[in-house]
Design a protein around this ligand. Structure first.
Ligand code: PRP
Ligand code: URA
Length: 204
């Protein structure tokens, strides 16, 4: 697990947590903190040399060398996608649709669409909340079925239970998170967390 410790990210998470933050502001904040998290999680993307001609001469440079795929988990992961395609416009996008049952907190797969060749790409799973870890494990299972390994899982707020679950079930994945909270309540919500991310993002 990589814990992003950055004052700008921590500032934004505090604003996201605030119950008085309205959906419009929540979306802007989600995008801001996602930009910081994505910058951290893409540090080791493969690159290759590329010379560029400036107005005054030739400069050494680098360009991205391999395919990149972002996979937001519907719905809440969509709140992180714009930041991703802004930073990595070359990225392809796949989708995994999951929904936690409100009583059991067990996720159900309802939609999947990923680009061809995803097994050769650097893959980033976008899901802002890692609570029990059940959804992330299920999404990684869906990706494993199409040959994807070594996924970077980007979560804004995580519970220790979810991190442990994911690391046990998918040791090849790496979790990047901004906040590691106290734990889960009886309904498997993160404490103190920020509530239901999808509901706050979309005002449902
Ligand atoms: C939320 C969240 C994660 C999941 C985390 O989604 O976005 O996908 O719960 O919980 P877990 O770690 O215990 O599985 P939810 O199923 O509420 O759907 P939504 O994004 O449509 O709101
Ligand atoms: N999903 C959320 O959106 N919030 C939680 O606290 C747990 C799961």
């Amino acid at each position: 697990m990589r814990h992003l410790r950055h004052p700008l990210a921590e500032h934004v998470v505090a604003c996201l947590r605030d119950r008085s933050t309205d959906p419009g502001e929540f979306r802007r904040l989600a995008r801001r903190v996602s930009t910081l998290l994505i910058a951290e999680a893409t540090r080791d993307l493969p690159t290759e040399p590329r010379e560029v001609t400036t107005p005054l001469g030739v400069a050494p440079g680098l360009r991205l060398a391999g395919p990149v795929v972002a996979v937001p988990v519907l719905r809440a992961g969509l709140g992180m996608l714009e930041a991703f395609v802004e930073l990595v416009p070359e990225a392809q996008v796949g989708y995994v649709g999951l929904e936690r049952n409100e009583e059991t907190a067990v996720a159900r797969r309802y939609y999947e669409k990923v680009p061809k060749g995803i097994d050769r790409a650097s893959v980033f799973l976008l899901d802002p909340m890692l609570a029990t870890g059940g959804s992330a494990v299920m999404a990684l299972r869906a990706l494993r079925e199409v040959g994807v390994r070594g996924v970077r899982v980007l979560s804004i707020v995580s519970a220790p239970e979810g991190i442990r679950h994911l690391e046990a079930e998918a040791p090849d994945a790496i979790v990047f998170t901004v906040a590691v909270d106290q734990g889960l309540d009886a309904r498997k919500f993160i404490l103190p967390g920020l509530g239901d991310f999808g509901d706050r993002l979309y005002g449902t």
